[in-house]
Design a protein around this ligand. Structure first.
Ligand SMILES: Cc1cc2nc3c(=O)[nH]c(=O)nc-3n(C[C@H](O)[C@H](O)[C@H](O)COP(=O)(O)OP(=O)(O)OC[C@H]3O[C@@H](n4cnc5c(N)ncnc54)[C@H](O)[C@@H]3O)c2cc1C
Ligand SMILES: *[C@@H]1O[C@H](CO)[C@@H](O)[C@H](O)[C@H]1NC(C)=O
Ligand SMILES: *[C@@H]1O[C@H](CO)[C@@H](O)[C@H](O)[C@H]1NC(C)=O
Ligand SMILES: *[C@@H]1O[C@H](CO)[C@@H](O)[C@H](O)[C@H]1NC(C)=O
Ligand SMILES: *[C@@H]1O[C@H](CO)[C@@H](O)[C@H](O)[C@H]1NC(C)=O
Ligand SMILES: *[C@@H]1O[C@H](CO)[C@@H](O)[C@H](O)[C@H]1NC(C)=O
Ligand SMILES: *[C@@H]1O[C@H](CO)[C@@H](O)[C@H](O)[C@H]1NC(C)=O
Ligand SMILES: *[C@@H]1O[C@H](CO)[C@@H](O)[C@H](O)[C@H]1NC(C)=O
Ligand SMILES: *[C@@H]1O[C@H](CO)[C@@H](O)[C@H](O)[C@H]1NC(C)=O
Length: 490
């Protein structure tokens, strides 16, 4: 484990160049070291600064995608909002580049990593149920599987991530697509409040009574400060039904038809996807199924009638189901980029283009690096998925359904980064072109913030709200403190 971390560290050194705040160029290592020491002197015993190459430092800078890991000058684990406030004030006054890491699953380099000061939120790890208000207070350093584990015995659940290891912090602040989204909306639609350290260090609570910050925080990522705690709405959770089936390639036409017919129905307890993957020179098809009851309605019947080559579905507790997906997800040391390909419907014509793009780019990129995997997941939701919440930074338009669709490229040779980013842009463009040709209103359909590749223009994610969001940030962050951290910036 320690060896793997060291290798990861050595591998990532000097290999990243995206989203690095400009201020870095003007600094030298003494400045950074001085800042680290200043922070160490200011914080209480609840918090701690770590230096290379201690094991705490290595876990603080580590990310699921190796391309998202950078060697920072030091790392700091704040243990309370008051210390985080002091840290943010020091970073602001010294103009030191920094990063905020929830659980480190961002696939954009520099979004939660830095060569300056790495803030790791791991000590904000409490899950507390308030049975009276029916809300759950969740620390910003947790991953969703840990939250589900804590809730298991209460019979309650929250609307969060689908894969073990993915963080509460980034997923919630970007929007949040869940297995329960067709029923209850996005994760941002199920936030009742935030505890936030503002860019100037002031600690505050943000609720629906706060017009601008309430709007901005729900989708605006790390633009408005650092969240320490999320208050989430909860729902009763029964046993569920779910699992995966694997299919031979010659079943694609049947899956395409069945997926199309599935989208004509409305059953908000159902969730399904189609994952198309090119890996190790092979194309494969997997369909994840989920139903929020011990056994499903007839909504999956047509899909379930298609012959499989493996897999299983069965009744589980919600936690068992999530844990059956494996240990906290990492990409085994590979580099990873995501991009989004929003569509309003997986029609047969659009489905074909998703398949063709994977089959076109899979072999092409595999020829350049044998560790390449190219994949996508088609994820239809109920047409009413955006009707469960009020105006928020993401999604910019709640008037009609958009299915986010993630495109993924994994590889190992760092000299191929630009090639991979280009390929993703090309795939995403090809899918938008196909959806337009299919009559879908997607010329301005928003890309999901947590899938969008680093080069995505703000208006492609936030639509007509970019100006409003710029004004909110200008008012809240007069000294551009959050501009010292990477990520999409208003
Ligand atoms: C395997 C995998 C599965 C996924 N599944 C889903 C899914 O089911 N649904 C879905 O919607 N998305 C999913 N995603 C996308 C996911 O939402 C993003 O990767 C998200 O960034 C993960 O959050 P994190 O805390 O782990 O990320 P991090 O890399 O730690 O953070 C991401 C961004 O959020 C900021 N941030 C994090 N915490 C805070 C905070 N407390 N205050 C201020 N800013 C903060 C960071 O600075 C950074 O800009 C998945 C991603 C992966 C890799
Ligand atoms: C939270 O973190 C603290 C300090 O890192 C640790 O002692 C504690 O066991 C953790 N609690 C949970 C619930 O994981
Ligand atoms: C935020 O709300 C909590 C209760 O949920 C309260 O204890 C705390 O004092 C509030 N903080 C501020 C800064 O108002
Ligand atoms: C599938 O089968 C395996 C092995 O029997 C089991 O461990 C797993 O939990 C099952 N998964 C689901 C989702 O039913
Ligand atoms: C693929 O990964 C393996 C193991 O991580 C590594 O040894 C090899 O060099 C990689 N291949 C390429 C082409 O980078
Ligand atoms: C990485 O790619 C470069 C050029 O694209 C090539 O020269 C180099 O040999 C590759 N490295 C490995 C380990 O395959
Ligand atoms: C990307 O797509 C365009 C068409 O949209 C095509 O002309 C171009 O050749 C593609 N780029 C690559 C590298 O294949
Ligand atoms: C098309 O989508 C845009 C937003 O992306 C929206 O403003 C417009 O109203 C939509 N048009 C129709 C006809 O639905
Ligand atoms: C910090 O910023 C907030 C929001 O803009 C503001 O209300 C507050 O007065 C500021 N605090 C200080 C100490 O400047």
């Amino acid at each position: 484990m320690a060896l793997a971390m060291l290798l990861l560290f050595a591998f990532s050194l000097g290999s990243l160049s995206y989203s690095r705040p400009e201020a870095f160029e003007k600094r030298n290592s003494c400045d950074l070291l001085c800042t680290c020491n200043k922070i160490a002197e200011a914080i209480s015993g609840a918090s701690q600064v770590y230096f290379p190459l201690s094991s705490d430092y290595l876990s603080d800078i580590s990310h699921a995608a190796s391309s998202s890991t950078e060697a920072s000058a030091c790392s700091v684990e704040p243990g309370c909002a008051e210390d985080l406030s002091k840290i943010l004030r020091i970073l602001g006054s010294t103009r030191t580049p920094f990063a905020v890491k929830g659980s480190g699953h961002a696939t954009n380099p520099g979004f939660s990593s830095t060569t300056g000061v790495q803030i790791a939120m791991s000590r904000f790890n409490e899950t507390n149920v308030n049975f009276k208000s029916g809300t759950v207070e969740v620390g910003a350093g947790l991953s969703w599987d840990k939250v589900y584990a804590k809730l298991e015995s209460t019979g309650l659940n929250v609307v969060g991530g689908r894969i073990p290891g993915v963080g509460v912090g980034g997923l919630t602040l970007g929007g949040g697509y869940s297995l329960l989204t067709s029923q209850y909306g996005l994760t941002v639609d199920n936030v009742a409040g935030f505890e936030l350290v503002l860019p100037n260090g002031t600690i505050t609570n943000v609720t629906s009574n706060d017009d601008d910050l309430w709007f901005g925080l729900r989708g605006g990522l790390n633009n408005f400060g650092i969240v320490t705690k999320f208050i989430l709405k909860s729902y009763p959770q029964s046993d569920i039904w779910g699992g995966f089936y694997y299919y031979a390639e010659n079943q694609l036409d049947a899956i395409k038809e069945a997926l199309f017919n599935y989208q004509l129905k409305s059953d908000p307890k159902a969730a399904v996807g189609v994952s198309l993957t090119y890996s190790s020179g092979q194309f494969s098809v997997v369909v994840p199924f989920f139903y929020d009851a011990p056994s499903p309605s007839d909504v999956f019947d047509e899909l379930l009638a298609i012959p499989t080559i493996g897999g299983n579905v069965s009744r589980h507790s919600f936690l068992d189901f999530i844990e059956s997906l494996g240990p906290p997800f990492s990409f085994n040391g590979l580099r990873v980029f995501y991009d989004g390909a929003p569509v309003t419907q997986y029609s047969p014509a659009v489905f074909d283009v998703f398949v063709n793009q994977i089959k076109l780019w899979g072999p092409h990129l595999y020829a350049l690096d044998k560790n390449t995997t190219v994949s996508t997941t088609l994820e239809p939701f109920d047409k009413g998925l955006f009707s469960h919440g009020s105006g928020s930074a993401y999604p910019p338009d709640r008037s009609h359904a958009i299915f986010p669709s993630v495109l993924t490229v994994e590889w190992s040779n760092a000299s191929l980064d630009e090639t991979m980013a280009c390929a993703l842009r090309n795939m995403s463009d090809a899918i938008r072109t196909a959806a337009l040709a299919d009559g879908q209103n997607v010329s301005h359909a928003a890309k999901y913030v947590n899938y969008a590749l680093f080069s995505t223009p703000l208006k492609d994610m936030y639509g007509g709200d970019v100006e409003r969001l710029r004004k909110i940030r200008a008012a809240i962050d007069t000294d551009d403190v959050m501009g010292l951290a990477g990520g999409f910036k208003f």
